[in-house]
Structure formats: structure tokens, C-alpha cells
Write a protein that binds this ligand. Sequence first.
Ligand code: NAI
Length: 264
Amino acid sequence: VTVSGKYANRFGGQLVLVTGAGSGIGRATAYAFAESGARVIAVDRDAESATRTAEMSRLIGSPEAWAETVDVSDEQAMEKLAAKVAAEYGVVDVLVNNAGIGLGGSFFDTSPADWKKVLDVNLWGVIHGCRLFGRQMAERGQGGHIVNTASAAAYQPSKALPAYSTSKAAVLMLSECLRAELAGQGIGVSAICPGFVNTNITSTARFAGVDADEEKRRQKRTARLYGLRNYPPEKVADAILRAVVRNEAVVPVTPEARGARLLS
Ligand code: NAI
């Protein structure tokens, strides 16, 4: 289920909050931190899957794990979450802003409502997380780390996903700005940029855009090119833990993400 365990007890007793923890990369990341001894707060808008992640995290080795049902794009709900976490669990040592959605469609096929949805979750969700939990970290004065899940889509233009790519480019830049701002306070900020990872988000036609068949062909081409079809979320989780341990800035994860040219 989990990563290799090479960070055994590396995060012992630390408080780690992961958003979008009910599935895919977020769930694998929660498990990886659990395996490394962290106390885990699994946040997802889907209550059942967040609860499952928290339960499994405890089984894997987390001394304490909780599930919180929150929509990261909801400012008030995020404020409530931040207040509750501070009062009941403590200041978060590692924040992983990972929740994200993909709505496909070319530029002219993407409605303003869909643009808004994507930016609300993928960008505003990250802004809320960074503002609220980053401030708590800064006020405590004992450092910490923020990881934002961007994407190779942040620096790889795609006709199929302009809204998604735009949201991720913004997350990448936000991460770099915040990294510069918080460096003096011992708070690291990393942007993780996976290419194609095998999760729910990539298996839905909505994400793949109006033409799911074309997306399937693209994925096959990519797989042929890089010789890798099923990149597991556990490997992204591994890269996230490493980014925290080594305080890495921008981390392209999958082979095609590494192959693409970073803008910065
Ligand atoms: P996933 O669909 O398996 O998991 C996303 C999770 O986030 C789900 O549990 C969902 O309920 C939750 N979520 C969605 N909107 C939410 C909201 N408003 N509030 C709270 N929770 C919410 O997808 P996956 O692949 O694990 O995605 C995780 C992150 O990785 C996303 O930010 C995605 O954009 C990014 N990513 C994924 C890649 C891939 O190929 N799978 C590639 C690059 C980046």
C-alpha cells in the first residue's frame, strides 16, 4: 500500500495535514507520512473516503489520525478547519495542499462556470491552505513545510486542458513566491509536478476533455515514449516526503514531467 519505508519515523510525532486525502496521490501521501510516524489529518470533501484514509493511516503506523470533511475552495469552511486544528490537534508541521480537479475541454469549450470551478479548487484551495496554516506555522516560529501539488501541466501547454494547466501554473508560481517569502522563517515550500499518474482524476472522461479517445491515444503515445504506463501514486508520495526532507523547490516527478522543459 505504501512507500518503501525509507523515512521510517522521520516524521515521528509531527502533525501532517493532507487535502484531497481520500484518493490517489493524497491518500498515498497520507499513508507514507503515517508509515513515517506522523500524526495525520486527512482532509477531503468526500467524508467516507477521508475516514477510510484516516483509519488505514492508524493501521499503518500513525499514532493518531483524523478525518475532516471540508471543501478546500470554501473559505469559511477552511477557516473553521484551521481554527479546529489549532485548538484540538496543534500547529501543522507539514501541509500538503493536494486536492484538485480536472475539467477538460479546449479553451472555447470550457464554460466560465467550469473555469471558475477549476480555479476555485485548484488555486483558491491552495491559497486558503497556505494563508491559514502557513500563518500558524509562522506565528509558532518553529519552521514547517508546505507542499503544493502542481503538475507538469503547469509548464507543458495542452490544448485539452487550458483551465487546469492555468490553475497549476498559478500554483507553481504561488509556491515559488511563498518559498522566497518564508525562507527566512525556516518554512520550506515545494511544488510537486507529476505528469501522468494512475488515479481517479486521470480515469475520468471529464478530465480527459471533450475527446476521451484522443486523450487515451495521447496517453498511449506518452507511455510508448517513456516506457511507463502505470505510474503509481505511491511514487509521487515518495517524492513529496523527499521534497520535505531535502527542502526541494520544484519537483518534476514522472519521466515525462522530468523530460518537459521547466519554465523557471
Ligand atoms: P484523485 O481524483 O484520485 O484525488 C483527488 C481527491 O481530492 C479526491 O479524493 C477528491 O474527493 C478530493 N477533492 C477534490 N476536490 C476537492 C475539494 N474541493 N475539497 C476537498 N477535496 C477535494 O486525483 P489525484 O490524481 O490523486 O490528484 C491529486 C492532485 O494531483 C490534484 O491536485 C491533481 O491535479 C494533481 N495531479 C495529478 C496528476 C495525475 O496524473 N493523476 C498529474 C499531476 C497533478
